[in-house]
Write a protein that binds this ligand. Structure first.
Ligand code: N01
Length: 541
């Protein structure tokens, strides 16, 4: 706290709604809430719009959903006028898109940028939220809408000696805006999730030497990015409504779905042909537009995993490096499957070394590099591609206090409890866009976000129309939802693996499968039915 914050009394403002975050979710929430005629204040810790795409500026950062679905659908004009350059656009292009949306719909005027919400306290007597910011302001509102993203709380592991390192270090999710020039440098990269797998090939092309510190080998499938041809663009523009409608009802919010056939009942030659064809096509479809038993039957999953293992052996020339890179012991897809642009090929370069931390763990960071149990690797820079405190982290770090001063972090100490992943009992009129217990990260994020914002706005419209002021899930509805989310996950292979979906990447985090895995379309139907059934499971008064 600086001295002016300590002395000046907070400015007090009253509005209908407060939105936190100016990424895909916050921008659309602001657009819709303003459209409903509600007064609004919105806060964003970054200096401009963009959210994920504002912070994740690491080399190679790009979307893993096809550009034509990784976009808003609320404005047909916007859809027709915006032109994506390629299949999987990079961070800079997506950020430009969000900046364009903010300008086109004049959304920036609702936001205070460079402003962090430090606390949100519910006052039962007035039925209002009091929001405090690091700029010394206090805002009272009826509705608090969090649009803080699922993967925005960066996680740097606690490693002895980091403070003694003489070089520079970075986390992929908090990348310097001016960029980093790695030319001539010896760079160590810790982590081989999506961020590592996207950045390693790009940094390897620039740096003098890259040492990859891998704890768990990861599966990855090729993205096969390419420019969008004029003919393809014309088809997309014509068919965009159809494509979007398929996304809205599909399992992962994409314009494809599981095939109506099991891998285990497929003829082996046909299966191989199909895997090869999808591998050539690239993208998530390889897994999530494939055989419907892949994520529920271990034997079926092994067929897919073995196919990728073979590819790694084919691509990586040095047999020992290939062995180290080959994932074993967990089902493919149960850690979020990365898409890559030449990841495995990168290990054929002379300037790339792989260190298997299972064989030689990190001992300490030293002034000139990283020391493992075997030797010291001299480094000029370290990149932490070590992930995030996913889904719950961005919310519990907000310091939200519900009825009777209960901290959200305390309520969720054994795992998140929500109804639909949108609301939580004891925190009236708090709405979480893509919160835990909703499909969120298991779907195409813009599709998930638009569904949540639209559903929440419909609920707020219902409150206005009926003269109600308070909405809160019942404890019973929340319990039933939590059990449903767990039962769905338990019927899959996901809980078997240590992943951020399970909270396993954060020391001490409860082991709970965080998103809803029943499918995006099915989830949408549940939400619609609940709304139609007079918001069943909610107390509204
Ligand atoms: O993070 P991760 P991410 N010592 O948690 C390792 C989304 N995303 O930033 O597997 C050594 O997946 C850890 O090892 P292990 C996407 O949803 C999207 O890469 O825990 N290593 C793992 O290898 C993604 O899934 C896009 O054993 C340590 C890595 O760090 C999610 O964000 C692009 C360690 C972390 O992988 C997160 O991806 C990028 C330690 N102490 C990200 N701690 C697009 O859509 C962790 N690791 C394009």
């Amino acid at each position: 706290m600086n001295s002016s914050e300590a002395t000046a009394p907070p400015k007090k403002v009253k509005v209908d709604a407060v939105v936190i975050g100016a990424g895909f979710a916050g921008l659309y929430a602001a657009y819709r809430l303003r459209g409903m005629g509600l007064s609004l204040r919105a806060f964003e810790r970054g200096q401009d719009v963009g959210g994920t795409w504002y912070w994740n500026r690491y080399p190679g950062a790009s979307s893993d959903s096809e550009s034509w679905v990784y976009a808003y659908t609320f404005s047909p004009e916007l859809e027709q006028e915006w032109e994506w350059s390629c299949r999987f656009p990079g961070q800079a292009e997506i950020l430009r898109y969000l900046q364009h949306v903010a300008t086109r719909f004049d959304l920036r005027r609702s936001f205070d940028f460079g402003t962090r919400v430090t606390r949100a306290i519910y006052d039962d007597a007035s039925q209002r939220w009091r929001i405090q910011t690091d700029q010394g302001e206090e805002v009272e509102c009826r509705h608090l809408i969090t649009a803080v993203g699922c993967l925005s709380a960066a996680q740097v592991p606690t490693l002895a000696g980091l403070e003694d390192f003489n070089g520079r270090w970075f986390h992929t999710g908090e990348w310097p805006h001016e960029g980093v020039d790695f030319s001539g440098m010896r760079v160590g990269i810790i982590g081989t999730g999506s961020s590592g797998i996207q950045s390693i090939p790009v940094i390897a092309r620039e740096a003098a030497h890259v040492t990859v510190f891998q704890r768990t080998p990861n599966f990855s499938v090729p993205a096969r990015n390419a420019p969008i041809s004029a003919a393809h663009r014309a088809t997309l523009k014509k068919k965009i409504m159809e494509i979007r409608e398929t996304c809205r009802w599909s399992t992962i919010g994409q314009p494809y779905d599981w095939r109506d056939v099991d891998a285990l009942s497929e003829d082996p030659t046909a299966l191989r042909r199909q895997f090869e064809a999808d591998w050539k096509k690239g993208g998530f479809e390889w897994m999530f537009g494939s055989y419907r038993d892949l994520m529920v039957d271990p034997k079926a999953n092994t067929l897919a995993a073995d196919f990728v293992r073979e590819k790694i052996t084919e691509i990586v020339k040095d047999p020992d490096t290939a062995r180290k890179l080959t994932p074993q012991g967990y089902p493919i897809g149960t850690k979020r499957l990365p898409l890559d642009m030449g990841y495995f090929e990168t290990f054929n370069r002379d300037n790339v070394t792989l260190v298997d931390l299972r064989e030689t763990p990190i001992d300490t960071i030293v002034a000139n590099g990283i020391r493992t149990s075997e030797r010291t690797y001299p480094l000029d820079a370290i990149v932490f591609a070590t992930g995030f405190d996913a889904l719950t982290g961005p919310l519990t770090r907000l310091n939200i206090y519900g009825r009777d001063g209960e901290p959200l972090a305390a309520k969720w100490s054994t795992g998140p409890q929500t109804y639909l992943g949108i609301c939580t009992h004891g925190f009236p009129n708090l709405f979480m866009i893509t919160g835990p217990g909703s499909p969120s990260v298991l779907g195409n994020m813009p599709t998930s976000i638009e569904q949540h914002v639209d559903w929440i706005c419909d609920l707020l419209g219902h409150l206005e129309a009926t003269g109600a002021s308070l909405v809160e899930p019942t404890p019973e509805a929340e319990l039933v939802w939590g059990a449903h989310v767990k039962a769905l996950a338990d019927a899959t292979l996901f809980p078997q693996t240590d992943s951020w979906y399970m909270g396993a990447n954060i020391p001490g985090k409860p082991r709970v499968f965080l998103p809803y895995i029943g499918g995006f379309g099915a989830y949408r139907k549940v939400c619609d039915d609940i709304a139609e059934n007079n918001y069943e499971g909610f107390r509204i008064e």
